[in-house]
Design a protein around this ligand. Sequence first.
Ligand code: SF4
Length: 959
Amino acid sequence: MPDDKNLNLSPKSADRIAKTTCYMCACRCGINVHIKGDEIRYIEGNRDHPVNNGVLCAKGSAGIMQHLSPARLNAPLKRVGKRGEGKFEKISWEEAMEMASSWLKPIRETDPRKLAFFTGRDQSQALTGWWAQQFGTPNFAAHGGFCSVNMAAAGIYTIGGAFWEFGSPDWQNTELFLLFGVAEDHDSNPIKIGLGKLKDRGIRTVSINPVQTGYSAVADDWIGITPGTDGLFILSLIHVLMKTGQIDLDYLIRYTNAPWLVIRRPGSADDGLFLRDENGQPQVLDHKTGKPISAETAGIRPQLKGEIALPNGGVAVPAFMLMAEDWLNDEHSPEASEAKTGIPAERVYALAGAIAEAAFKREVVIDQPWVDWKGEHHDKMIGRPVAMHAMRGISAHSNGFQTCRALHILQILIGSVETPGGFRFKPPYPKPAHIHPRPAGKPDQVKPSTPLPGAPLGYPMSPDDLLVDDQGQPVRIDKAYSWDAPLSAHGLMHMVISNAYAGDPYPVDVLFMYMANMAWNSSMNTRGVIDMLTETDPETGEYRIPKIIYSDAYSSEMVAYADLILPDTTYLERHDCISLLDRPICEPDCVADAIRWPVVEPDRDVRGFQSTLLDLGARLGLPGMVDADGKPLYSDYADYMTNHQRKPGIGPLAGFRGQSGKDKGRGDPNPDQIDAYIANGGFWSEELPENARYFKMANQHYQDFAVKMGFFDKPEPYCFQIYSEVLQKFQLAAQGHGKNQPPQHLRERIKACFTPLPQWYAPFEGDMVDSDTYPIHALTQRPMAMYHSWGSQNPWLRQIHGHNPLFIPSGLARSLQVQDGDWVWVSSHHGKIKVPVAVMEGVNPHTVWTWNAIGKRRGAWQLDPDAPEARKGFLLNHLIHELLPMRGDGLRWSNSDPITGQAAWFDLKVNITKADHEDNASTEPAFPILGTPPDLEKPASVLRYGDSIIARDKKENNQ
Ligand code: SF4
């Protein structure tokens, strides 16, 4: 434990050090904030913290300037001009809360669906989802639908967890590391620390990414794949590994559903489902008897090949035979894929060879006995040391769910999930789809003044779990969990405003959003969304979306379009809970959670959003937020963090529970819990027993530990789902089976996309537009130095990325006769933008890209209207529509993955032409300057930080 006395700080620079959690990105590193008086002087990494071990990135240390941002909102605001004018009047919190509750109360008492409550990249979904549930609206989700739900959902449905917050490469033991579609922002410090460990050990890293920046630039091999073809590439690796026998059959038999018997009775309602016994247990073929037996029977050796005749006709075969039939087909060969992926077949063979060599010639053996859930004893933990990590690049396509599934299956086939050297789950994962709840919000569950019977988000297991009415029409405003996107585990935030505007499936009365910059970089079709937010009904004169409540800490573009602003604090002025009920900070070998707490008090009339939400809930009398007399149960979020129990003994924080503060996981509330966290450095962690650290899905020691900690109420061992019966059930519905069937116009799409073994299909937009007219793929990445739109108001970080050029490959630059600093027009089926270019070599020859969310609207974020972010920065969003081009039947589908509804940002196809030379050119489209909320601070005129500049700026602002 580092001794603060050894930090060698001069007494002049700080008089206290407060340990809390960074929020400059979503990694949640531990930080030590050095404070003098009431001023934050310096931020460093917390060396004891399980996430970052003291490492701090540029964003983290620039948190000071985020905290001092002149764009911070300073009081509740009521709109007094028209939407978009940015004219507001400051009001008291009492008036603001009364206004909000007067809008929401009648909705709850009549039709709770009329509230659409959506949040952005906040970290309190365990609270916000529960609040929506208690309100009774099904219309809730966070930002996952436009981020990486394909990655999360494919992981949960296939292996019971996903990358990043749910799992991690085994950095200590891996012998080969593959990165698919990873930009620099997600899992930032942990990946950098991990890559450093690999470099130290001389381990080869391979990046598959159309763009060679960041992690790709330091990889040993870069494979510059064509966007949207990762699924083809992965299936060709699977093809080669299966064909050459480089797969782990013992692992497949023990830990996956590869031996489970699948019914083959084409045309029947059970075709493609698992053969089950009378108790619903899946069947396998016993090697000794050749007869079906429950897959859960201890001591059996199931067959991967074979066939049995079924009494009612048809046969049943192990799923492995379907895998072989499918993936050994020549259509999956590297030669068949190379024209589309842009990757020569020999590179696929070479990579497959490297994977096989690392997995099977360099297996890792840990001398640690363990017992599996069937009671079988194992002397050692044996692993296949190939680790992988993936992120939005392979996810944000209309074929992303199946691509992500294919990637998990590649890991499974070589036996590298949850084994030494491979991919490891972070508790409370693994947690397969079937033990997650189903989504609540069926038509008979949405009632006036009544909570939903469960959380609005969940994991459907069949068409019976969809949220549709008797006619099959969507229940939710974003059409999540309907036939449009059946497994939309994170909702479809990118469809909320356009559906609410169109009143499809119904109009809403209040749109309530938090930290979601939907009037700018968080929306597709930005100009269209602005129009939707401002258009009025010609008859009533009322806005089409009548009331908008918005909470943000900063004067973002969205503020100008809201009617009521509830100003949030900065992350250093608030309580927060990084909870095991939500997206915790665990590592594979330890359970951990963390808090934020007000290391300085706000100097403005602002409140942490979560406290505001609890206050609002109490004013509305929501169950769980008021006592029997209708009085608020929680004074603020800190009170909730301490005393709320989701079920007896389980609360938002797992550490320091019970009256003694010594209980872990389960225990009574402890009134001193937050103080205990603060004293412990802002976090709590508990090591896993040595024998519970690998094979968690099947490891009895881990399962017992998980029950003890409260992750489950009973052991929940399971097998990985290579063959997805869930998808097959939707497939059968599209074929006309079952009581819940899709509408006619979606049947062919469901048949094509809901394959129980992942298949590749072409991304929708690229397939629908003319490839001669729009021949170029266009992508965004987040820069390492910024996260979402927050960074481009931060004077230290702005020096790194003041604007974003369009990076174009050198071959394209030559053909267009452009060079660095020239301007081009970029057009799509939806729009046209004018932008500056930079030429680079390390990019797929048919792809252009830019940094996301640096372009700003003039007048927002307290930037100078002539700031480079506004003059030369731009968004690709103007080129992307939330709907695909019209089809032959006159319908326009959502620009999303058809399985999960993930926004297909990266399907964009464009055309590029050179713009005429113009001095002092500005990006187009240009928008009018936004009005500024009253009394924001003036931006600092210089970037220097210290006593004098703080004092001077404060003085100036007080004048
Ligand atoms: S990686 Fe993210 S959480 Fe960690 S220090 Fe950097 S900005 Fe903060």
